[in-house]
Design a protein around this ligand. Structure first.
Ligand SMILES: Cc1cc2nc3c(=O)[nH]c(=O)nc-3n(C[C@H](O)[C@H](O)[C@H](O)COP(=O)(O)O)c2cc1C
Length: 213
């Protein structure tokens, strides 16, 4: 599982000067599923406190990590097992590609992209208060369904929804707040991440600790 994947290798070349983050191994949620379902909610009140590397690792594993690494399968189901959704973690200090095989956050740009998500342009955009904006990017090449773009979009949207619900449940189980986001600026994010035309940001998800009461 520690082998560098081709996508990681290509990103590493362009991001050699930037600092990556090797995350610790994930730990598992202890809350029973019924309680997590009862607590699952959208919450837009965030503290600015950063998530620790351990909290990030736990969050990303719950989102779409390998739960059956021997057969390369994940916590979220995916249409035709294409595993075409990549997660980018956007923080004030820049944006990171999550290489799920090595559990490394590979820095891909130094810009703060959180403002391209949430209540975009509003002075009180909750996404700027929260430490993390996750962006879900579809890789149309990996999905390999260019002949029927409507199906590609349909399956990718559902795949994002499963990952998003995993994050909702993980946040409920670990006392974090989260908001799934249709409202993102895909073109601005794609440009900042230097994505090729075959990779498109579809949704986002804000994550952070609750604001102090
Ligand atoms: C596909 C989808 C897109 C959403 N987009 C946004 C969004 O752009 N901004 C936002 O503040 N909330 C967004 N939400 C969160 C919904 O507003 C929220 O789930 C809804 O109000 C129900 O609240 P609950 O999640 O607490 O049950 C989105 C939810 C879904 C499922």
């Amino acid at each position: 599982m520690n082998k560098i994947t081709p996508i990681l290798a290509s990103i590493l070349v362009s991001a050699a000067a930037m600092a990556d983050i090797a995350l610790p191994p994930p730990s598992r949620d202890a809350m029973p599923l019924g309680q997590a379902l009862a607590a699952r909610a959208t919450n837009r009140d965030f503290s600015a406190e950063q998530l620790s590397d351990q909290e990030l690792s736990d969050l990303l594993w719950a989102a779409n990590g390998y739960n059956r690494p021997d057969i390369k399968k994940r916590t979220a189901p995916t249409a035709i097992n294409r595993q075409e959704i990549d997660l980018y973690v956007c923080r004030a200090d820049g944006a990171y590609f999550w290489d799920s095989a090595s559990n490394v956050l590979v820095k891909v740009c130094n810009d703060d992209l959180r403002g391209f998500t949430g209540r975009i342009g509003a002075p009180e955009n909750f996404a700027l208060k929260a430490p993390i904006a996750i962006v879900y990017v579809i890789d149309y090449e990996r999905q390999g369904m260019q002949a029927r773009p409507q199906d590609a979009f349909k399956y990718a949207s559902v795949d994002c929804g499963f990952i998003g619900q995993n994050i909702y449940l993980h946040c409920a189980a670990s006392g974090l707040h989260t908001v799934f986001l249709g409202m993102i600026k895909p073109d601005d994010i794609a440009k900042a991440l230097s994505l090729p035309a075959t990779r498109v940001p579809l949704f986002g998800q804000t994550v952070g600790k609750p604001a102090a009461k």
